[in-house]
Ligand binder design. Structure first.
Ligand SMILES: *[C@@H]1O[C@H](CO)[C@@H](O)[C@H](O)[C@H]1NC(C)=O
Length: 292
């Protein structure tokens, strides 16, 4: 218990340092150019692997920091991480293939997938995280069945505000549920699961999404989060700005940011994606293509 308390305090202390980004003095190791090529191919179309890659960082970082333990220990097979086993195996295999840390692979893959998904913002891609083979304690990953206060507390313990949490839930714009209700497996959390738009916020609030997690429904209507939820539903730009800020801090939880190298230039910018999003058919066809 004592050591756990200490870990949380350490994370809070390092979180407050995120406001000022240290200059990244290390240059991006060349191996990441090859990784980038492979991952862009793997995530093209913003389908299931892209969705999993965007989800994985939450499950690696929220408990004991971004340390690769999600894929290096038994964590990935736990019920709290249900649905991730396929992407966990791929992330681990890629980290082995390219001799990079699993913690970095999890984050670099997510940053790549976010940018590959049409309308996805460009987040920072820092590398140099240290792996840990110590599994996180069970039960620290917030669940879709949790109350709003419990979810906000889990993120607050890592230095994230309620607005940060609402912004980070935007990842559910590119999500299809399988394990939340197996009888409705394959239903997406908004009508455009292959597009990183903010219709997710609107449809969740209005009750028109194909499927909504209980936690998202509660967040969309809680006094602490409802106004920000609506604001993001009305503005892709407002959401993207807050999402990028929150994600960049989330992706380095538990790490010494000053020692990391910046590989952000390898993350494809969204302009080409924006054009393809405009010509992309809505919901149904994209859904059929990736989930049938
Ligand atoms: C939304 O919250 C209000 C109280 O703030 C409550 O009266 C209402 O029933 C809630 N609506 C839903 C759909 O949960």
């Amino acid at each position: 218990m004592l050591s756990y308390t200490f870990t949380l305090l350490t994370l809070i202390a390092s979180t407050s340092a995120f406001n000022v980004w240290p200059r990244q003095s290390n240059s991006c190791p060349s191996v990441w150019t090859d990784v980038s090529k492979e991952l862009q191919g793997a995530f093209a179309g913003c389908g299931r692997d892209a969705h999993g890659a965007i989800r994985a960082p939450f499950h690696d970082c929220i408990n004991n920091g971004c340390d690769g333990s999600l894929v290096l220990t038994d964590e990935c097979s736990r019920p709290e991480n249900a649905g991730l086993s396929g992407i966990c195996t791929k992330l681990k295999d890629w980290s082995t293939k390219y001799s990079v840390s699993a913690a970095d692979m999890i984050q670099f893959a997510a940053a790549t997938a976010i940018a590959v998904c049409p309308l996805g913002p460009k987040v920072r891609a820092l590398v140099g995280r240290k792996d840990s083979s110590n599994a996180a304690p069970v039960g620290l990953v917030p669940s879709s069945r949790d109350a709003v206060d419990k979810i906000l507390a889990a993120f607050s313990a890592k230095g994230f505000s309620s607005d940060d949490v609402v912004a980070l839930m935007g990842t559910h714009s590119v999500a299809v549920q399988v394990n939340d209700d197996p009888s409705q497996a394959g239903k997406s959390l908004d009508s455009t699961p292959s597009k990183y738009d903010t219709t997710f916020y609107k449809e969740t609030k209005d009750g028109t999404a194909p499927y909504s997690l209980q936690s998202d429904k509660l967040l969309s209507n809680d006094t602490q989060t409802a106004s920000t939820w609506s604001k993001f539903g009305d503005s892709q730009d407002a959401w993207a700005a807050k999402f990028t800020d929150a994600w960049n801090r989330f992706a380095v939880i538990g790490n010494d940011v000053g020692s990391l190298a910046d590989c952000s230039s390898l993350i494809q910018s969204g302009s080409a994606n924006k054009r393809s999003a405009m010509s992309m058919p809505m919901g149904a066809r994209a859904y059929a293509r990736y989930h049938s």
